[in-house]
Unconditional design. Structure first.
Lengths: 313, 287
């Protein structure tokens, strides 16, 4: 059991290291999967580990993307500074929204998070001077690293992959830390945690802010990847897609949501190349997974691996 | 003055549509703690069915009479084969399940009817305008207000005066005790789910002449309807009625007086209500 996690981690790093051999097109898809993987894992921290069903997570992803690109396009600020600013802004926004939302739970929580993200969506829609509205913002110049521009697909991929590994490592450490245990305790039995004497609200607030900040990391990387942003990034549909990714992959594991992101994006790519009805396939897959595979694809695989290893002993 | 009257009528029109959506949503939640986020899809299916019936017959009254049937059929299938097996899970699982159906039903509608935006004209007898205290109001809008009122009254009569209504109220108050005295709560729930879907479908039918018929109308009505349910209090029909009108008034007047902030208004209303009364205006705290 103990060596399962390091084994997965090493295999993942090996896979990520080999990916550039597959050519620029595949590399683009992998980079997109990794970015959405970061986004989905950050939401997984809320859904799977704290029991908070947020329906407005795209807000924190989008704020960061907008910050990076708007600073670059309007003020000519380098993407790296933009990234720092974007992640900070996401953290601040998540803290602000979290302050209100953690006061309620269940469906009202879902609705409140959605309301805040819709408010932000309408701001982006109306504040055309800065955000470009529905047309979006073009003309972002990607930053350079060690003298090489991120316009190069491999460089871009390397930065994204590094970000992914860092976020994954951070989350793995987090859920195994005492703080992670408190989050899981809140998910499993909030009243008991309260009775033991934990200030549950404060920890929910902390989880919400951390998740928003990590989504901001994903958003900043998305700005490098796409070099373009429009209001779509704040739309409720992206928050919904993220929920699908989390559940499809497995909400009770850290890595599961990233697997879900891969399944989601691959399914979307494959189906879209045949016909336009990818939503039908995603929806049907999702419904079946909620009904029959509630632990998600990754959760299922981990369960299989664990029972196989258990038999060996 | 006539401007205010026009906006007031528009509010009542929107309020009627919201009520037809929210009543079902609220009862479905009240009875079984099931949150059906695919409720807007029933609305959309109703509108598209009305369009097809209008193509065939050209008669709006036929559309009104049977246009809600496909929504009910879809709802019964979903309830019977998908929601029922999940009764024992937490209500977030049902949110996820019905969320999947938003995608599925949207694409099936897209497949059957195509992506074009369609329009339906109101029936002959209801076209044209009427002067009300200096304001010119389309007849069809007045009909819609009256229609919403009749639906609300019938629903109230059904819940407060009929035997099945009494069972529903018992189930909403305390499902376990209701089951204990011999009420078949799952069957009752199936019926209420179908009734709610029928109301949503009917809402789609009557809304189609003023909103048009297009993909995406499911979410466009779902979000304000959910705001109504959350503001009014889950499981409360009275809450749904009051909040429908409240949300519609805020939305309509917001759009008229502060067009730049129109999108904010109802969200702001919800945020304020939820932060001061987490269970909504008429909701009861649940464990």
């Amino acid at each position: 059991m103990k060596f399962l996690r390091p084994a997965v981690f090493l295999a993942l790093i090996a896979l990520l290291g080999l990916a550039p051999l597959a050519g620029d097109y595949t590399l683009g898809i992998v980079a997109e999967i990794l970015i959405y993987g970061i986004f989905a894992m950050s939401l997984g921290l809320l859904i799977g580990f704290t029991g908070l069903m947020s329906f407005g997570h795209a807000a924190f992803f989008g704020i960061s993307t907008y910050t990076v690109i708007a600073l670059g396009v309007h003020l000519g600020i380098s993407g790296w500074w933009g990234m720092a600013a974007g992640i900070c802004l996401s953290a601040l926004a998540a803290a602000f929204v979290g302050l209100f939302c953690i006061r309620v739970s269940g469906i009202p929580f879902l609705m409140l998070t959605m309301a805040f993200s819709q408010l932000l969506f309408s701001v982006a829609l109306k504040w055309r001077n800065v955000t470009g509205g529905t047309d979006g913002l073009t003309g972002f110049v990607r930053p350079t690293l060690f003298g090489m521009s991120l316009d190069d697909a491999v460089m871009r991929y390397a930065v994204v992959a590094l970000g992914f590994v860092l976020v994954l490592g951070f989350l793995w450490l987090l859920v195994r830390s005492p703080l992670g245990s408190i989050f899981i305790g809140i998910r499993d039995n909030e009243q008991r945690m309260r009775a033991i004497g934990y200030p549950v609200q404060r920890f929910k607030f902390l989880a919400f802010t951390i998740a928003g900040t990590l989504a901001g990391v994903g958003g900043a990387l998305y700005a490098f990847f796409n070099a373009f942003v429009s209001t779509d990034i704040l739309h409720w549909a992206l928050s919904g897609d993220a929920i699908i990714m989390v559940v499809l992959g497995g909400s009770a594991t850290v890595f599961g949501p990233a697997v879900g992101a891969a399944i989601f994006l691959l399914l979307k790519n494959i189906v879209s190349s045949h016909n336009e009805y990818w939503m039908l396939w995603i929806g049907a897959t999702f419904i079946l997974s909620v009904m029959f595979l509630r632990q998600g694809v990754w959760g299922f695989l981990v369960g299989c691996a664990q029972s196989a290893l258990g038999k060996l002993k | 003055m006539d401007f205010i009257i026009t906006q007031l009528i528009n509010s009542l029109v929107f309020g009627s549509l919201l009520f037809m959506m929210a009543a079902g949503l609220s009862l479905i939640f009240g009875l079984m703690n099931v949150v059906n986020v695919a409720h807007g899809s029933f609305f959309m299916v109703g509108a598209f069915t009305a369009y097809t019936i209008m193509q065939w017959s050209g008669n709006f009254w036929i559309a009104l009479g049977v246009g809600w049937v496909p929504s009910v059929i879809v709802a019964v299938l979903i309830e019977r084969f998908f929601i029922k097996p999940l009764y024992n899970r937490g209500h977030l699982d049902q949110v996820l399940l019905t969320f999947g159906f938003i995608y599925v039903l949207a694409d099936i509608t897209h497949y059957l009817w195509g992506p074009e935006i369609r329009n339906i004209s109101p029936p002959e007898t209801l076209s044209g305008v009427i002067e009300v205290a200096g304001a010119y109001i389309p007849r069809y809008r007045l009909f819609l207000v009256a229609f919403g009122g009749v639906v609300a009254a019938l629903l109230w009569w059904f819940l407060e005066r009929s035997r099945i209504g009494a069972m529903v109220r018992a189930g909403v108050d305390d499902a376990a005790t209701a089951a204990g005295i011999g009420i078949n709560v799952p069957l009752l729930f199936g019926c209420i789910f179908a009734l709610g879907a029928g109301l949503a479908g009917l809402g789609g039918v009557v809304a189609s002449p003023i909103l048009g018929v297009y993909l995406g109308m499911d979410i466009e009505i779902l979000i304000p309807a959910f705001i109504v349910v959350v503001v009014g209090g889950m499981g409360s029909l009275r809450g749904a009625l009051v909040a429908s009108i409240l949300v519609a008034v805020v939305d309509t007047f917001g759009k008229a007086y502060f067009p730049d902030y129109a999108l904010f208004m109802i969200y702001l209303l919800m945020v304020v209500v939820l932060l001061t009364r987490p269970h909504g205006l008429f909701g009861i705290a649940r464990g």
